[in-house]
Design a protein around this ligand. Structure first.
Ligand code: ACM
Ligand code: ZN
Length: 546
């Protein structure tokens, strides 16, 4: 009997060890829908051939992407890219096949000892299949002549279509080169929507040719608050802060993103968070100014005047150029945190309310947003705004970004409007992710990795019919307390990796333990590509206790 128990234990032990080994060997984040690993490896060397089954430029570019990756990581020379329909021995086939019924953005990846095949209905699926293949290669950058890739069959597709990450470049400007890196890391995690927060009280960061003062004046603030907003004595750094993206920069960013199957959704804030705009064009405010770009954080009473026709004419001019630069279907119009005190005291705003039979200033905000919606819809685009756009009545075609909890999202989906969930509690990546005493200064909150991982974007309160209006979720990265690209990365990773799994992987197959284990390999990859990250959950317990 004892012998039987012993041998059973041995078998169990071996099973556990080998399953650990297998999952260690293939560590993919976000976890694929299904994966079975087989015996043996495909051996990728400079003698392997790279086949594509179409002359489609997007597919060729994905093949070149593979070449670039193996050169950068392993110093392996370019594989020649050939057209071919049959995957021979030693070949990697990248195959567009609309007839196989592979889901949107999904792919099938087959690795045998003889060959590799990535198949998808669309190039975006091939791109994600390629990202998975990269994760099956060694995470360290080192010269190798033969890359061993574990035999496996993978079937994969995302749970949500909006897998977003946001970046505020207004509170602290971030250079274009960093935006490229940000997009690279998003692609690594199969995130597909970059919400580019371009205008706010503290700086206007996008060149608009019709209104040059927006950047000449509005992109500069005289100084910046040092320390926390709630510190007893406010201290300022006495140093101007500035920076903006030219239209050429924006075109480069949009192209770079598109090459990684990322849509850039621009945000032009209205009618609030407008001090930088008003500093340049004071005639668009209720009082006429003068105004100054904000040097501290928060919400300011001076907003765009809703009574003046020229406010709308001006914004239409801005939107014309924004639409020409960004192909995104959605244009974010902000709409959050717009105090109503100036409107209450402004004869023109009050006249507008009379003329339009608006009962209160919330309805005036709704009028503002709906009017801009009509203009944006007339150009074939759709607006998305923060959940305040629900107050006073939702614009007919607007999508809602739910940030003050989930209520806004539940209400909008209940009204059959599309929704992106970004509740502060789980999706604000500017919140603390560890102990306040030891973490760098942050805005507040507490959103550790496990909390992000545990997020469920579809609120239980929604019926199945209304749940389909939840397009996905997004991590928001406000930069009041984040001054440098390195610090942005520290705040975003690994929490954005957790969010990527929330958004991509099937709900029932998610598991935090497995995620952490797979992240050990991902972190080696972060180190290889120079991505800074918060190590809190990956420091050995003994070190943690030191
Ligand atoms: C927000 O955080 N004000 C949308
Ligand atoms: Zn006014």
């Amino acid at each position: 009997m004892m012998k039987f128990i012993k041998s059973s234990l041995t078998v169990m032990f071996i099973t556990i060890i080998s399953s650990l080994f297998a999952s260690n060997e293939v560590s993919i984040v976000p976890a694929p829908v299904s994966m079975t690993t087989g015996k043996g490896y495909f051996s990728l060397s400079s003698r392997s051939s790279l086949l594509i089954n179409t002359g489609d430029k997007a597919v060729k570019d994905i093949a070149s992407f593979l070449n670039k990756h193996i050169k950068e990581f392993y110093n392996l020379s370019n594989l020649t890219i050939e057209n071919g329909a049959i995957a021979g021995k030693g070949s990697i086939m990248i195959k567009l096949d609309k007839g196989r019924g592979i889901k949107p953005e999904g792919y099938e990846l087959s690795v045998t000892r003889d060959n590799i095949e990535i198949c998808a209905s669309n190039p975006n699926g091939l791109f994600y299949g390629m990202q998975t293949l990269f994760q099956m290669m060694p995470p360290e950058k080192k010269e190798i002549s033969k890359i061993k890739i574990k035999c496996a069959e993978i079937e994969d597709y995302p749970r949500f279509s909006w897998r977003g990450l946001h970046l505020d470049v207004c509170r602290h400007f971030m250079p274009k080169e960093f935006v490229f890196k940000y997009l690279d890391y998003m692609a690594m995690h199969k995130l597909n929507t970059f919400h580019f927060h371009l205008t706010d009280d503290q700086g206007w960061r996008i060149e608009i040719k019709k209104y040059p003062l927006l950047t000449e004046i509005g992109s500069v603030r005289s100084e910046t608050l040092v320390g926390h907003y709630y510190d007893k004595n406010s201290v300022y750094d006495n140093t101007p802060h500035s920076g903006f993206f030219t239209q050429e920069d924006i075109r480069e960013i949009v192209k770079y993103a598109a090459e990684r199957y990322i849509t850039v959704v621009p945000e032009i804030e209205m009618p609030g968070h407008a001090l930088a705009l008003l500093s340049a064009y004071p005639e668009l405010g209720c009082t006429g100014g003068p105004y100054k770009s904000a040097t501290k954080w928060g919400v300011f009473d001076d907003v765009m005047c809703a009574g003046k026709e020229k406010t709308f004419e001006f914004l239409e001019g801005v939107i014309d150029e924004v639409i020409a630069l960004f192909p995104s279907t959605y244009i974010h119009v902000g709409g959050d945190e717009c105090p109503k005190v100036r409107w209450h005291d402004c004869p023109l705003c009050q006249q507008r309310m009379k003329d339009e039979s608006l009962a209160n200033e919330h309805q005036l905000q709704s009028y503002f947003v709906q009017r801009m919606e009509r203009y944006i819809n007339s150009k074939g685009r759709i607006i998305i705004g923060w959940d305040e756009i629900l107050e006073g009545g939702l614009a007919p075609n607007a999508a809602v970004m739910s940030w003050r909890g989930e209520e806004g999202g539940i209400s909008a989906a209940g009204q059959q409007h599309y929704v992106v969930m970004t509740p502060g509690s789980h999706c604000y990546l500017d919140y603390y992710q560890g102990n306040k005493e030891t973490e760098p200064l942050a805005i507040g909150g507490y959103t550790p990795l496990e909390k992000v991982y545990g997020y469920e974007p579809v609120p239980a309160a929604l019926s199945a019919d209304n749940a389909k209006y939840i397009m996905g979720a997004q991590g928001n990265v406000w930069t009041e307390y984040i001054l440098t690209p390195d610090h942005v990365e520290y705040m975003v990773y690994p929490r954005a990796a957790a969010l990527s799994e929330v958004l991509w992987s099937p709900k029932e197959s998610r598991g935090y333990k497995s995620f952490l284990q797979r992240m050990n390999t991902m972190i080696k990859r972060y180190k290889s590509v120079g991505l800074n990250y918060c190590p809190n959950e990956f420091v050995k317990k003994t070190e943690k206790n030191d």
